[in-house]
Design a protein around this ligand. Structure first.
Ligand SMILES: *Cc1c(COP(=O)(O)O)cnc(C)c1O
Length: 477
């Protein structure tokens, strides 16, 4: 007869007894005692719960408890936030950290953050300086604006602009531009948070200058344009240009704001990239303030850049809220180094990874796909990997309707279900995030870096071995 619950519970060793076990004594050489104690306690508690729930009817085996504790120790030793391989082909993938940084930006962070830096120190005068001063001049040069400032992200930039110039007043926006970006940024909500009243004008597909004109009242503060970053209204449409909107704002003593989202610093068409509004053009067209993200098409660290008229930037900088949105030194180090890559468009598309990936030709991608395919085939003779063309997207709320022709490696695992394999890949030592299409796993070479190849191959090998372990159960079905 099976032992009863009380007997089983009594058979559970105590944590202090386990701490004497020779295997555990070994662990204590490399792992802090408190961590080992916690892992052991967790293993014992789990076993106790299972016995109490009637899920375990044999005496607990010490080896089993130690294995559970060891798994927990391993789990704790892996950082939660870590490097993954983006095989989705989505270059500006918000879930995967948007733009990867350039070598220069990484070096700047490593160098500047490994010791002290002159973050808020004026070396010439030997006195307290301003943190944004390190990038202001370069932002001005890159955009043609009079002045510039930097905050934590573009959502903060938008909110700060609204709060500074239109709190308690009205902001006029076209109905076709009431954007939502990734769920947490919805323009109407940001307007409310900034204490401004949203005045919608026009219709979803057509808004004319006269719509803005007739909406202007005594308490209007801003004429706001938001770039429809992640969608396009196409067909029977009409939008007011930033030039016309800015001219209207000027005539009526208002401020024209252009939220570009993914502001690019040069004409993207000039280097074979899909069209997106350029910051310099907005400024030249007369926008009073332009804001954009640092980690979208600009290809730098997460931040929000605001450029525009000196007097307005000065007022933003002196808003007490500015202190709550200020960026850290890591951001500024990376931002300055990324700006330095923009000496000209050709230099930028070479050294800014997001731009280089977006511009990669299908020939180039096919060549790299073949090289990776050969490596995979070498390691896994029983599996079949195919190079084929596919359609991808930029992502990160950029270039929405522009499909990017791309090249993928397609793989239908021979012995496991595709979604089980995708899960195993996500849980590999270097996790691989890949799409499933046509019941096959796809590795899109646009976002798989050359430096990822070795990791990708070993993660795939490990996932196949792991999945093979689970395969026996599948076969019994
Ligand atoms: C992406 C985007 C934002 C938000 O920018 P974050 O940097 O993600 O905060 C705001 N406005 C537009 C138009 C965008 O495309």
């Amino acid at each position: 007869m099976a032992p009863d619950t009380n007997e089983l519970l009594r058979s559970l060793p105590s944590v202090s007894a386990l701490l004497e076990h020779e295997e555990v004594v070994e662990w204590l050489n490399g792992v802090p005692r408190a961590t080992v104690v916690e892992a052991l306690r967790m293993a014992v508690d789990t076993a106790r719960d299972r016995i109490a729930a009637g899920e375990h009817d044999e005496p607990i085996d010490v080896e089993e408890l130690l294995a559970a504790a060891e798994t927990e120790l391993v789990r704790r030793s892996i950082p939660s936030l870590r490097r993954v391989i983006n095989a989705t082909g989505i270059v500006l993938h918000t879930g995967l950290g948007r733009a990867p940084l350039s070598d220069a930006a990484i070096e700047a962070i490593a160098e500047g953050a490994s010791g002290y830096c002159n973050l808020e120190y004026d070396l010439e005068g030997g006195k307290r300086g301003k943190r944004n001063a390190h990038v202001v001049e370069k932002l001005i040069a890159a955009t043609g604006a009079e002045a510039a400032t930097v905050v934590n992200n573009n959502a903060a930039a938008t909110l700060l602009i609204l709060q500074t110039f239109a709190a308690g007043r009205e902001v006029v926006v076209s109905r076709g531009q009431l954007i939502e970006i990734g769920g947490s940024f919805r323009l109407p909500d940001i307007m409310r948070a900034g204490g401004v009243t949203l005045r919608e004008v026009g219709t979803t597909n057509r808004t004319r200058l006269s719509d803005y004109e007739s909406a202007i009242a005594d308490d209007t503060g801003i004429l706001f344009r938001a770039h429809t970053s992640n969608y396009r209204v196409i067909g029977f449409t009409e939008e007011v240009s930033i030039a016309d909107l800015s001219a209207l704002a000027q005539r009526r003593g208002l401020i024209a704001v252009d939220d570009l989202g993914s502001g690019v610093l040069f004409d993207p068409k000039s280097v074979g990239l899909p069209d997106e509004p350029c910051v310099r053009e907005s400024i030249a067209a007369g926008a009073d303030l332009v804001c954009f993200s640092g980690d979208k098409l600009f290809g730098g660290p997460q931040c929000g850049v605001i450029v525009g008229k000196s007097e307005l930037i000065r007022r933003i900088d002196s808003n007490p809220l500015m202190r709550t949105y200020r960026v850290g030194k890591l951001t500024l180090l990376a931002l300055e180094a990324t700006l330095d890559a923009y000496v000209d468009a050709d230099a930028a598309v070479e050294s800014v990874p997001a731009l280089a990936m977006l511009r990669a030709s299908t020939e180039e991608l096919a060549e790299r796909a073949q090289a990776l395919c050969d490596l995979l085939a070498e390691g896994l003779a029983d599996e079949h990997f195919f190079v084929c063309s596919a359609v991808g997207y930029a992502g990160g709320g950029s270039m929405p309707q522009r499909e990017l022709e791309t090249v993928v490696i397609q793989w239908r695992p021979s012995r496991v279900r595709v979604d089980d394999m995708a899960a195993a890949l996500r849980n590999a030592d270097v996790p691989i995030i890949a799409h499933i299409r046509d019941d096959a796993i796809c590795f899109d070479l646009r976002t798989v870096l050359d430096g990822d190849f070795e990791w990708l191959v070993s993660s795939v090998l490990a996932a196949v071995w792991d999945a093979d372990g689970g395969e026996a159960e599948d076969d019994e079905e």
